[in-house]
Design a protein around this ligand. Structure first.
Ligand code: ADP
Length: 379
């Protein structure tokens, strides 16, 4: 029986595993850079070190039976030495390998025959030879992305014209870059899916996510899409998790175009912001599911036990040390509301400080989201 799980990363995703860990009788050991990180308060033990410090991960490994990830910005090559010495990573390093670089991730999807936006590595455009061979035809706007370490829209730039492209490229000098077509999507969808050690796959109800300035603002569950579209996204999730031989939870973000096409935007090899609603709206949360998968337990049901739910991120809108207690109390007083506060020491613009989920009966999800945002941001 696996009883001690190491988690690389001590942010809110690790923090939200606490309830499930208690329920399953599992201890969490966390590797994270700062004492102030959210999961430090819930961990049985902490290795204070950078996410990509594999020496620290070797130390973590001495304290636990299996290691999983809440943050994928790791040094895979260095971790491979530990895997060779018998350290068990779930998901495996092989499953992570095609995903950590956004260009490799796009290539993996393309090679699997899954639909993605047209893309090219900037190095290919610059090199005459391969540029001619493989450059798709792009017109502005285009999207420029740093190939590694992008999150919450950091490292994603929507570029409207040649002049902007020039200045963005100057700013990003030295970074490996991915260039892709801008998809004028009608909506963004996401799937949270889990795969067990025995190859069982479950997919949560498909959700709609809404981003502002490339950062997730709100999530509606389930997405108001046809059964055929939902089935298509589910099928993509099955194909991906099976082909990567994943053990654990993955988040898969997609674009839905006006003519009903689904394109995969991004795969996150861990629990995901678009799955926070599962804590309150589903029979098994994504965090319990991740622990179940990595501990070799059978997966739980991903079904919702309510008609619908809306999740709104509480993003920082100023530099502050406030704990925003009054606003949180107002949010918690909304009917069927569940408020999560990650306990970060400082608020900064756009930082994810917490989230609120409201379970829906008859209400409109959009209206509830607006009511939450009016309390949080002030109207
Ligand atoms: P991150 O890794 O920072 O989450 P993403 O690639 O997911 O970056 O991009 C963040 C958001 O930017 C997406 O949710 C979407 O709203 C927008 N975006 C990203 N790529 C494209 C694209 N090719 N076309 C249109 N919008 C895009």
């Amino acid at each position: 029986m696996i009883k001690r799980v190491g988690v690389i990363g001590g942010g809110q995703l690790a923090w939200m595993m606490a309830g499930a860990a208690d329920k399953l009788g599992v201890e969490l050991m966390v590797q994270t850079p700062s004492h102030d990180d959210p999961a430090v308060s819930i961990a049985a033990d902490v290795v204070l070190a950078a996410i990509d410090d594999a020496t620290a991960t070797a130390q973590l490994a001495t304290q636990c039976d299996v290691i999983t990830f809440e943050n994928e910005f790791v040094d895979l090559e260095a971790l491979a030495l530990l895997a060779n010495q018998g350290v068990c990573f779930r998901p495996s390093l092989e499953a992570l390998k095609p995903l950590l670089d956004k260009y490799h991730q796009r290539c993996y999807l393309r090679d699997l025959g899954l639909p993605t936006p047209q893309f090219v590595a900037l190095e290919e455009v610059r090199s005459q030879e391969s540029g001619v061979r493989s450059q798709p035809s792009f017109s502005f706007p285009v999207v420029l992305k740093t190939r590694r370490h992008g999150y919450d829209g950091q490292g994603t730039f929507i570029v409207k014209n040649a002049q902007e492209l020039d200045s963005t490229l100057k700013r990003l000098r030295g970074c490996a870059l991915l260039l892709e077509e801008f998809v004028p999507f009608e909506r963004e969808l996401a799937a949270i899916a889990a795969r067990s050690t025995t190859g069982e796959v479950v997919v949560y109800p498909i959700v709609e996510t809404q981003q502002e300035k490339q950062v997730c603002r709100r999530v509606f569950a389930p997405a108001d899409v046809s059964a055929a579209i939902a089935a298509e996204v589910e099928a993509i999730a099955h194909t991906l998790l099976n082909s990567l031989n994943v053990v654990g939870v993955f988040g898969i973000e997609c674009f839905l175009t006006a003519d009903g096409k689904v394109l995969v935007n991004e795969i996150a090899p861990r629990t995901h912001n678009s799955g926070h609603f599962t804590l309150d709206a589903c029979e098994t949360s994504q965090f319990e599911q991740q622990l179940r998968a990595v501990c070799g337990l059978p997966l739980g049901s991903p079904a919702m036990h309510v008609l619908g739910a809306v999740m709104v991120n509480l993003l920082g809108y100023e530099d502050s040390h406030s704990d925003y207690l009054e606003k949180r109390q107002q949010l918690a007083a909304m009917p069927h509301a569940h408020v999560y506060w990650y306990g970060k020491a400082e608020s900064r613009l756009g930082r994810k400080l917490g989230h609120a989920t409201v379970l829906l009966e008859e209400q409109s999800g959009q209206k509830v989201a607006s009511a939450i945002e009016a309390i949080w941001y002030g109207s």
